[in-house]
Design a protein around this ligand. Structure first.
Ligand SMILES: [Fe+2]
Length: 405
């Protein structure tokens, strides 16, 4: 059995669609993980004393406040030397669906600022800057989705801070299963792959069934061919041979595989009308009288009548009816000419004549290949279709006619 892409066209299309969707899916996945590596940064410069800073609607926000004591007063005080001490609570707010980790917050402070105490994080002081990170083991290591982490310190400065620049970095732990484009493409990949598998399996099953059906048809036609040929010892295997030769000619002419298969069946059945020819005519070894020839020629119309309802192979009756037509119009039963004769019948006509010349008959021994070649050359365009005859000549010259396929 030859593999043919045409038979699996739908499966192939679905396979390509699956690959494209898979590529899209993997691209989204790559994007998601690349996003994890992206630093999220922003700056904010809006600290006012005694004011809370509400979160904005962005993915991340910073909230900084001077908390209020139980007595209702903000927790800041002035020292005897005029400096200010104050508690600052700082919130890292995560407005997304994903945990925010490995974060680090840099904030500007006056140069003389010093931390008196701090909590919930790692603090690094440098002139004009404090860096806070929420690294493990602190609970602040991760800012949960739609939640915040709180850090803070008591800071001494010459004046109370009224603002600070913030610079926040970190990464989101995105979850592909929560990503709608990824999940959509993943579901499409799965559906498309399933469709591909179903299509492939059903195509294979259909193809196997087709092969079984064809085997049954061939067995049946082989049986019929033996019935046709068995009555005349000079034409044993003639029907099968004509089928095989016709198929080879069709292949040599570059006709489709379906055509080659059909013409093989047609070739086997081309002489089926002979079953209605009386034995004394069919098996007569002497020359036939004109009346007997008249009767003998009827095997074409008898064949067409027998095959007219054979639906499995469309037009199979044409081979029986027209295989004795000649290209020049001098054949029978209708005297069709050239292209008026169905192509199948023109090819079978060449195959039929070749087998007649190639085998022994009651009135002569078989002809040599050289004689047959010259007959084909001489009669192409008159008795034979020129292209079919040329194809047969090429097959004979290349010794390909009797090679098994
Ligand atoms: Fe015939």
């Amino acid at each position: 059995m030859k593999f043919s892409l045409k038979k699996y066209k739908i499966s192939l299309i679905l396979f390509i669609v699956t690959l494209i969707l898979l590529y899209i899916c993997l691209s989204i996945l790559t994007w998601i993980f690349n996003q994890n590596e992206t630093l999220v940064t922003f700056a904010k410069n809006t600290l006012e004393q005694n004011t809370d800073y509400p979160a904005t609607n962005s993915n991340l926000d910073i909230k900084m406040e001077i908390p209020t004591r139980t007595d209702g007063v903000k927790n800041c005080w002035q020292e005897a030397d005029g400096s200010w001490g104050s508690q600052y609570d700082i919130y890292v707010i995560n407005n997304t669906d994903y945990p925010f980790v490995d974060w680090r917050l840099e904030m500007s402070v006056p140069d003389e600022a010093r931390i008196d105490s701090s909590w919930n994080g790692t603090y690094i002081e440098s002139p004009g800057k404090i860096t806070i990170s929420g690294s493990a083991p602190f609970l602040t290591a991760i800012a949960p989705p739609h939640n915040n982490v709180k850090v803070g310190y008591v800071l001494y400065t010459n004046k109370l801070m009224t603002g600070s620049n913030f610079y926040l970095t970190g990464r989101f732990l995105r979850k592909p299963l929560k990503d709608i484009p990824f999940m959509t493409s993943l579901i499409l990949v799965i559906l498309s792959f399933l469709a591909f598998i179903i299509s492939l399996v059903s195509s294979i099953m259909v193809e196997r069934q087709k092969i079984k059906d064809e085997e049954k048809i061939e067995d049946l036609l082989q049986l019929c061919a033996r019935f046709i040929d068995v009555r005349d010892e000079y034409t044993k295997m003639h029907s099968s041979h004509v089928g095989i030769y016709a198929r080879k000619i069709a292949k040599e002419m570059g006709l489709s595989e379906d055509f080659q298969k059909t013409i093989y069946y047609m070739g086997m059945m081309h002489d089926v009308g002979k079953v209605l020819i009386p034995n004394e005519i069919l098996c007569k070894t002497e020359k036939l009288t004109p009346e007997e020839w008249f009767e003998m020629r009827k095997h074409t119309t008898y064949g067409a009548e027998i095959l007219k309802d054979f639906k499995a192979i469309p037009n199979i009756k044409d081979a029986a009816l027209y295989h004795h037509e000649r290209y020049d119009g001098k054949g029978y039963p209708q005297g069709l000419k050239g292209q008026e004769i169905p192509l199948e019948a023109r090819i079978i006509g060449v195959a039929d004549s070749y087998d007649a010349m190639h085998t022994n008959r009651s009135y002569r021994v078989h002809l040599s290949d050289d004689v047959i070649l010259s007959e084909l050359e001489k009669n192409k365009g008159s008795q034979f279709d020129p292209q079919a005859a040329e194809a047969m000549i090429r097959l004979l010259k290349a010794n390909k006619l009797h090679q098994s396929e």
